[in-house]
Design a protein around this ligand. Structure first.
Ligand SMILES: *Cc1c(COP(=O)(O)O)cnc(C)c1O
Length: 382
C-alpha cells in the first residue's frame, strides 16, 4: 500500500517497549534466573518477524512457541537462539526438531517415546519435560510421573534441559492454586531428581514472576507482560505500553432523537445526537462483544474526551456518540484513540468482556502497522 493511501487506522507497536519490558522482567528475577520470551501466536499478534529479532538484539536467547510450524518459521528468522516448542513432537515429526535445531517440550509418555526413538537421533539434543500440576491440559499427570520414576529406561540417553510446569491462576496472587501447584511441582522435581540431576526448572509465566522468588526457579517464560498487558491485574500496570491503535473519523452525522443507529437498531438516540463513524470493525479484531452494553461500555477517546461506542460493532465500522465533544474536535479525519493511551488495552478488553491476550491476538491485518525501534518509526513490511 503506498504511504499516501488513506489509512483508516494506525496500529503502532513499540519494539523498544517490548525489549524494555523483557529487561525489566529479567531484573525482577532472583539471581541466576533467566527470562525467556514467549512469542507463540505470531508474538501475541504483534508480528514475530519484528519482535523476535528485536528481543534477540536485546540479549534474549530463549524463545518459546506453540507449534512446530511456528518454530520452523522462527528458525528462518533467527539463525541463533534456543527455540522451545510447547506442543512437542510426534513420531512423524520428531526428526524435524533435529533438522531445525528445535527443543521439544515432552508432554506425555508417548512424546517421550517418540523423542527417544527418533531417527537420526542426535545424542545430547536438549528437550524439556513438562509435568502437569493443575492445568490438566498438557504435561505428565502425577501417575505418568510415577511411571517415569519406576521405569527410568524411558528417559535413558535423553538430555532434559528443564523440567517445567504451568500455573493456572498466577494473576490472582491470593489464589490457593498457586501454592498448591508450587508444592506439587517441587514434589515432582524431587521424585524425578535422580533421573534429571542435571536439569534446571521452569514454572513462571508473566504473572508468576510477581508471585515472588520461590516461583522463579531457573527460567521464567513471560509472554503477556512483554507486550504490555498487566501481569498484576489488582495493581497498577508495571509494564510499558506496547500497542496503540488510533482510528480516524470517516463521517459525523446528526441523528434526531428516536432514530436508531446500526444493525438491529440496537441503539436509539435519546436526544439529538452527533454520531461519528470510525472505519474499524470486528474484521479488524475490534470484537463485536464491544457493542454497547449496559455495563462496561467500550469507548474511543478524542483529544482525551470519552466517546462511547453506541449501537453494534459492524464488520468494518463502529459508531461513537460524540454529542458531548466539541465539533471542532470531532470531525472527519480527526484521530480517535481506540486502544492504548487514555484507554489501556486491558480496560478495552474488560469492556469487551474478555482479556487483553485475546484483544492482541485478534488484532486485524487491515491496519497500517507501524513499528517503533531505536526511537524511530517504520512502516511494517507487507
Ligand atoms: C503462553 C504460555 C506462557 C506465557 O504466559 P503469559 O501469561 O503470556 O506470560 C508460559 N508458559 C506456557 C506453558 C504457556 O502456554
Amino acid at each position: 500500500m503506498p504511504a499516501t493511501a488513506f489509512a483508516g487506522a494506525h496500529l503502532t507497536i513499540n519494539l523498544d517497549a517490548i525489549t524494555a519490558n523483557w529487561r525489566a522482567l529479567g531484573a525482577r528475577l532472583k539471581g541466576g534466573a533467566l527470562a525467556a520470551a514467549v512469542i507463540k501466536a505470531n508474538a501475541y499478534g504483534l508480528g514475530m518477524a519484528a519482535v523476535a529479532p528485536a528481543l534477540h538484539k536485546a540479549g534474549c536467547r530463549e524463545f518459546f512457541v506453540a507449534s512446530l510450524d511456528e518454530a520452523i518459521a522462527l528458525r528462518a528468522i533467527l539463525p541463533e537462539g534456543r527455540i522451545y516448542v510447547f506442543f512437542g513432537p510426534s513420531a512423524q515429526d520428531a526428526a524435524e526438531y533435529s533438522r531445525h535445531r528445535l527443543i521439544p517440550v515432552l508432554n506425555d509418555l508417548g512424546q517421550i517415546d517418540a523423542w527417544r526413538a527418533r531417527s537420526n537421533a542426535g545424542e545430547g539434543e536438549k528437550a524439556v519435560l513438562h509435568v502437569d500440576t493443575g492445568m490438566s491440559r498438557l504435561g505428565l499427570p502425577p501417575d505418568e510421573v510415577a511411571r517415569l520414576v519406576a521405569e527410568p529406561a524411558r528417559l535413558a540417553g535423553l538430555n532434559i534441559a528443564y523440567v517445567m510446569s504451568h500455573l493456572a491462576c498466577a494473576e490472582q496472587p491470593g489464589h490457593a492454586m498457586n501454592a498448591a501447584q508450587l508444592a506439587e511441582f517441587k514434589v515432582a522435581l524431587e521424585s524425578l531428581g535422580a533421573h534429571t540431576a542435571n536439569s534446571k526448572a521452569s514454572l513462571a509465566n508473566s504473572s508468576a514472576i510477581f508471585l515472588g522468588p520461590e516461583y522463579h526457579f531457573d527460567l521464567a517464560r513471560p509472554g503477556a507482560a512483554l507486550y504490555g498487558l498487566n501481569p498484576t491485574p489488582d495493581q497498577p500496570n508495571p509494564m510499558s505500553e506496547v500497542v496503540r491503535l488510533q482510528g480516524k473519523i470517516l463521517q459525523v452525522r446528526r441523528v434526531d432523537s428516536s432514530r436508531s443507529v446500526g444493525y438491529g437498531a440496537a441503539h436509539v438516540a435519546e436526544r439529538p445526537s452527533r454520531i461519528a463513524t470510525v472505519p474499524v470493525g470486528y474484521a479488524d479484531g475490534y470484537l463485536r462483544s464491544a457493542s454497547n452494553q449496559a455495563a462496561n461500555q467500550a469507548c474511543g477517546y478524542i483529544r482525551g474526551a470519552r466517546a462511547p461506542v453506541v449501537g453494534r460493532v459492524s464488520m468494518d465500522m463502529i459508531t461513537l456518540d460524540v454529542t458531548d465533544i466539541p465539533q471542532a474536535h470531532a470531525h472527519p479525519g480527526a484521530a480517535v484513540d481506540l486502544i492504548g493511551g487514555p484507554y489501556p488495552v486491558d480496560r478495552f478488553a474488560a469492556d469487551a468482556g474478555t482479556i487483553g491476550y485475546e484483544i492482541l491476538t485478534m488484532l486485524g491485518q487491515r491496519y497500517r502497522r507501524l513499528y517503533v525501534e531505536d526511537g524511530k518509526q517504520r512502516i511494517a513490511a507487507e
